[in-house]
Structures are given as structure tokens and as C-alpha cells.
Design a protein around this ligand. Sequence first.
Ligand code: DGL
Length: 276
Amino acid sequence: MDNRAIGIFDSGLGGLTCVAEMKRAAPAEDIIYFGDTARVPYGTRSRETILEYAAQDIAFAASKDVKVIIAACGTVSSALGDTIPDNGIPFFGVVHPAAQAAARATRNGMIGITGTPATIRSGAYERAIARISPDIRCIPTACPLFVPMVENGITDPDDVVVQSMVERYLEGIRSSGADTLILGCTHYPHLNEAIQRYMGDDVTLISSGAAAAMAAIEHLKANDGLAGRECGTVRCFTTDTPDMFRENAHRFIGGVDLTVEKVSVDTLSDLTRGRT
Ligand code: DGL
């Protein structure tokens, strides 16, 4: 048994889809969540910048005495590829767990992949799927406007803006006949209803954040690392204002009690320079 917290981070609010799954599947766990809301989005930035931010995010999570770290961010996970941080803390990204879940789910061997421009450019999901099953055909599509829509609460499936963006980005995947769709950015499950409606009920949506949460739980189970208490806490840190974070987080994981503290971007940079 291990009562230390699980560290989960993302560029913003998307990783809360991972927190929600963690709360559902392992409610006893304490969670430390970091959302870099002052610098979101990551997905339209260069790989160098994403890796620099990722190193800071990981250093911050590691500084909180966590037992496992989840990069609940498709953009960071795909930029890191197979590179594992060398801090000795078990580390999970979203790419491999989501690729595995999608490969298990597909019946016709065709998987649509959505993600930020950086994620799709990296080809990380295709590589992960090819390793599991080289015969699966992947149809990747970048959806650059989904993240700003989600961060601004534009997710209503009846909203014409939402419907037209979903159609614009997913038309190609829908017409390809793919029966499984990876939501390769952790923000996208907030658009689940609109996406499912457009793709049809026969298409299985894979939430990359949820898949990563399940992979971390499996790891903890196998290593006798789950917490032994009734109900865990969720302590959040944000680089923008806590009030704004709280308000937005409430929209996404309404039923979950959480506390929010501010951490400055300077503190993050100091961590990777070894100053704190
Ligand atoms: N939630 C993130 C992802 O999974 C990042 C979105 C962004 O910052 O562009 O890719």
C-alpha cells in the first residue's frame, strides 16, 4: 500500500479527463494536478518549446513526492516519444495506453487519430499502433481549434460552431470507415457528445486521458501501490489565476471537490535549473 499522491499534469484543463477517470476507478487516491493554464496551448508550439515546458511540468510533479506521474497531455507524450524522465518515478504518457485501447477496440482494423498539430506531426500514435499491430490502418487528423474551444467552454453539441468544427475536422475520418477514434488530445473528450453524434454510435471513442489513468492504476495494482483510505483529495496547481481554474474545472469535473493554488512560471523554470 502506498498513500502518496498521483501526479497528473497537462498544459491546461484537458488532463482533468484523466483525473475524472482516476476518481471513478480509484477514488481512494490523492491526486496532485498541475495545469499550465498560463501557457496553454502547447500543441501549436515547436517540439523544443514543448520539451522545455514538459521538463518543467515533470520537475514540478516530482517535487511533490508523488508515487507515479501521468503526462495527461497528448502533445507532451508524443513529443517525449519513448523518452522516460530519469527521476526514478514511474511515468505514464497517454500515447501507448490509448494506442493499446484502440487496437483492442477496432473490429475492422481502421483507427482515426485526432490530436493537436504537434501530436499529429510527431506520428507518435501511428508508431505506437504499428508496434502493436502493423496491419492496422491509421487515419490521422490535426484539430487545432478544439483546444481553444474547450478551454473557452464551447462544447455544446447543439452549438452550430461546435457542429461545424467537428464536421470540418472529422469528415475525412468518418468517410474512411474507421470504427475507432482516438481522442489523442486530453481536451477532446469534453467534445465527446458532439463527436459521437457526428461519427455515429458504431464508432468507439478512446479517451487518451482515461486510458492513461487505467494504465497507471494497473501498474499500481501490480506493485501493491494503491492507496489504503476511503476517499482521496484533489489538489490542483495552476500558472494562471486559481479563480479562473476553479470556475473552468467546475465545468469539467463538477462533482469533484478540489483545492487550487497558484504556481508561477518562474518557479517552474527554477526547478529545471536546479535552483529550488
Ligand atoms: N491537452 C493537451 C493534449 O493532450 C494539450 C493541448 C494543447 O495544449 O495544445 O495534447
